[in-house]
Each structure stands twice: as structure tokens, then as C-alpha cells.
Design a protein around this ligand. Sequence first.
Ligand SMILES: Nc1ncnc2c1ncn2[C@@H]1O[C@H](COP(=O)(O)OP(=O)(O)OP(=O)(O)O)[C@@H](O)[C@H]1O
Length: 317
Amino acid sequence: MLAIKTDQLTKTYSGEGGCRGISLAVPRGTIFGLLGPNGAGKSTLVKMLVGLLHPTSGEAELLGKPLTDITIRQKIGFLPENFKYHDWLTGEDLLRFHASLYKLTTTEIKKRLPEVLAMVGLSGDSHKTVGSYSKGMQQRIGLACALLPEPDLLFLDEPTSALDPIGRKMVRNIIVDLKNQGKTVFLNSHLLSELETVCDQIGIIRGGTLIFQGDWREISQSFRVKIILAGQEVKDKLQRLDIRQCQVIASNIIAKTHESNEAGMYEVYISCKEKSNTPELIEGLIEVGLKVFEVVPETDSLENIFLQYVSDNSKGR
Ligand SMILES: Nc1ncnc2c1ncn2[C@@H]1O[C@H](COP(=O)(O)OP(=O)(O)OP(=O)(O)O)[C@@H](O)[C@H]1O
């Protein structure tokens, strides 16, 4: 069962910008992270999905219903990127207002208000006006509004941009709890280290086009080793190195031991298909007469993969 399904979804602004031909499938009960450089089209896509923008073309379904079915919005929570709430309302008033938009009953409001305030850590501040809240508190109350209807699908656009590390952890916990309850979370964030820890799948968007969707761990299977070594004719020897499944990515001299450039201490990055290739690699380096001082395994991070995708011309326009 899919929580989100889009088919060639497109939104352009007078024929420019926005995003084009987005075909996406997000399974229910998962956490999906959308990544992309500034101006890539992430917010445009989210705004179309939550009904704030009409697509120029293409189709989409949320929780099995077409975007045009507005009843489904009662099951959807949304925290916008540029949140700006009514300054003069208290936190509680704002929640009541959103509860009325969601058409929650009096009984549901009575139960849900204290629950969401506790979830976002604002129980003691609900009587204060939103205008007196700090930016982080405003983001928290926005999240509380999005959580009000116990959403089956929650869209969070940069949910932690104003939060301190404690607030970020709180959001992470909320997201993981929702997933454990079978809900779906669609996250838009530049904080890749956060996405890395929670997301089941990611989508990478560049220049308005979706250039990757899937489990980022599957494309991070190759791993690198950083090796500090020394010797004569290091570059030649590295070129002659013939180790199965291993490839030298870069070698930089970090200290000269003689006047000649040919001898010195080098920092070498080598990619290996599998971790089990490492002993063979070290043996190979020693066999060609190099002295190995340090071997540091480096697993690919989501940040590395993202940078590689958005800078690689072969992977999108
Ligand atoms: N209202 C608008 N009118 C005209 N162009 C727009 C409008 N909104 C967005 N765009 C353009 O569409 C493209 C995608 O913008 P969008 O805000 O969706 O990107 P984003 O990935 O969310 O960026 P960021 O990470 O900076 O928030 C950009 O080129 C932007 O200039």
C-alpha cells in the first residue's frame, strides 16, 4: 500500500522553475526523506501534495485517494518551511483554530490538545501568545498543529530548522514513534545527518527532476579506506597496484621526507567493493615496497552520496 504515489507530477511557474515529471512511490508506514539543493523544487512538490499549489500537469494520490479528494486532508499533517502563525493568538487558541479546520469534535480536542502540547514540550506555555514565543517554540507549536489530527501522513518541511539539539532529538523521536504506529512521514530537510538516522528511503531532486529514489544504504555499499603510507615512487607504485575490487581514488602528499617529490608521506584514498578486500589491499601495498602507517575505514555517508549525485552531470540535468 502506498501513502504517496505521483505520476509525472509537474508544477512550473510561468513555464519555469518548480519541478517536472515527478513519479514517486512512498510505501505506507515508512519515513521518506526528500533531498535537493536550494531551488531544486522540494517545497513546490510538497505544496502540491498538501493542496497549496495546483499541478501544471500529472497526477498524484495520497493514501489511495486523488489529490482532488479534499476529505483526505483530515488525515494529513503539514508543517510548512516558512511558518508564520497568528501572533496575537495563544498557543492553545492556535491549536483550537487548527482543530476546527480539521473538524475535530469537542471530545477529540479535549483529549488531543494536552497530548500534542506535551509531545512538543510546550505544556507550560500554551497560555502565552505565539508572538511571545521564540522561533524554536513557534516551530514546536507548528508541529503540534500538524500532529493534531493523529495524521496517517505527515509532511514536515525543514522541521528542525529553528530547533536546538534537544528539540531536534524530540522531532526525531516523534517521527520514529509515528512510524512505529504505522504512519508515514515525508521529510524535507537539508540536515542530512538527521535524515540518515531516520529515513527508510530517500529521494534526490535536482533542477526540478527526481534523480534518485530508494534506500540510500543500497548505493553506499562500496566503502573507502584512507591509508597513510610512505615510500619511494608512491604514485607509480599505486598505479601498478593490481588488487581485486579496489581502486585508488586520490593520493595526496602530506609531508616530504626528501627534497624530491618522489619520496614522502602520502594520504591515499582507495575504494573497495567490500570490506573483506582490505587485508589483500594492505598486503599489496607492502609487496610493492610501501610502508603503511595508518588504515582508516570510511563508510559512505548520506552527505557523500548526496554530493556525488547532485554534482554528477550524468545523473540528472
Ligand atoms: N512562486 C514562485 N514563482 C516563481 N518561481 C518560483 C516560485 N516558487 C518557487 N519558484 C522557483 O521554482 C524553483 C524551485 O523552488 P522551490 O522553492 O520548490 O525549491 P526548494 O528545493 O524548496 O528550495 P529551498 O531548499 O531553497 O527551500 C526555484 O527555481 C524557484 O525559484
